[in-house]
Design a protein around this ligand. Structure first.
Ligand SMILES: Cc1ncc(COP(=O)(O)O)c(C=O)c1O
Length: 319
């Protein structure tokens, strides 16, 4: 492509990807792309090893001890649906916020409409931050799940997930974090942040291709009901879907070429260092805010300082 592009839509999906992502995916497709876990021939075994290497890299990245608790998904929406529909039961109470992406709000709304759950949506303050005390106040004996974004795609306000996670853990509920706008750009440690379920895309700040994402399911989640069954290479004689992780959530042939591309994106991010990436983004965010501040016709939304700002930034022309 000879035309120079200024691409400002990284919150939707990142572009361009690092060259190593394109190179690895092409090599994999041309030379290695057999079906993992389905056969005993060399290419199938190697494809499976590549998928497992990607899984281990992700586990290291999030501080997950048992990599099999990470399932590959199609995107973050897929992971969020799997988590929400997989852990709630009839009669449960769920807490979320009014700032969530429709990939959270729609499945929750559908469950509420079906009278499966009751739902409380917490409101943020004027800078779009949630107050952990507000979450605490809404917890009920029937609260099974708290599902919140780490940073919304509209305002980018980074939420105090560690403080909220601690409250949710003490209450005995499960904490699902939507890391679509922070993974690869803001550090996340599932243990330190008290996260039971982490939904993330591979195609945004982890710099992998579209069609990739994942769901971490912590040990406090004893059972997760899959909504896609069959299509695994193991135990073909059994009429029931396996309950072991990650296979319980990985029915069907995986997006192997995407998963190996994601591993390269992840390695690139890890080599640059998440702190260095964050510092660079903060510098850009501060420069943008300083440039826009004197413009009387521009209104900026969300956090007032760059510090708690994720990657998304919302500004508009004043009416
Ligand atoms: C906060 C948030 N959650 C979830 C999603 C859904 O991610 P995906 O496009 O990977 O399904 C997005 C997408 O932009 C998002 O911004």
């Amino acid at each position: 492509m000879s035309e120079k592009i200024i691409y400002l839509d990284n919150a939707a999906t990142s572009f361009p990807k690092p060259p190593c992502v394109y190179e690895r995916m092409e090599k994999f497709l041309r030379e290695e792309s057999a079906n993992p876990g389905r056969s005993g021939h060399r290419m199938s075994v190697e494809a499976e090893a590549s998928v497992e290497r990607s899984r281990s890299l992700l586990a290291k990245f999030f501080g997950v001890k048992n990599s099999s608790r990470i399932a590959f998904t199609l995107n973050c929406t897929d992971a969020l649906n799997m988590a929400i529909k997989g852990v709630v039961h009839e009669g449960d109470h769920v807490i979320s916020s009014v700032m969530e992406h429709n990939s959270v709000l729609r499945p929750l709304h559908a469950l509420e409409e079906d009278k499966m759950i009751t739902l409380t949506k917490v409101k943020p303050d004027s800078e779009c931050f949630l107050n952990p005390a507000d979450i605490k106040k809404t917890i009920q004996p029937k609260t099974r799940l708290v599902v919140l974004t780490h940073a919304p795609n509209v305002t980018g306000a980074i939420q105090p997930i560690r403080e909220i996670g601690k409250i949710v853990r003490e209450a005995g509920a499960l904490f699902l974090v939507d890391a679509a706008q922070t993974v690869g750009a803001v550090p996340i440690d599932v243990d330190k942040d008290f996260v039971d379920l982490l939904a993330f895309p591979g195609h945004k700040s982890l710099l992998g291709p579209t069609g990739t994402g994942g769901l971490f399911v912590g040990e406090r989640v004893e059972k997760i009901t899959p909504w896609r069954e069959g299509g695994t290479g193991m135990g073909s004689e059994s009429p029931t879907h396996p309950e072991e992780f990650p296979y319980v959530l990985e029915g069907g042939t995986p997006n192997t070429v995407g998963i190996v591309g994601l591993a390269e994106g992840l390695k690139f991010v890890a080599e640059k260092g998440i702190e260095a990436i964050r510092a660079h983004e903060l510098k850009l965010m501060s420069a943008l805010r300083a440039g826009l501040a004197p413009l009387k016709k521009v209104k900026m939304f969300g956090p007032k300082s760059a510090e708690n700002h994720g990657r998304a930034f919302h500004f508009n022309r004043r009416a």
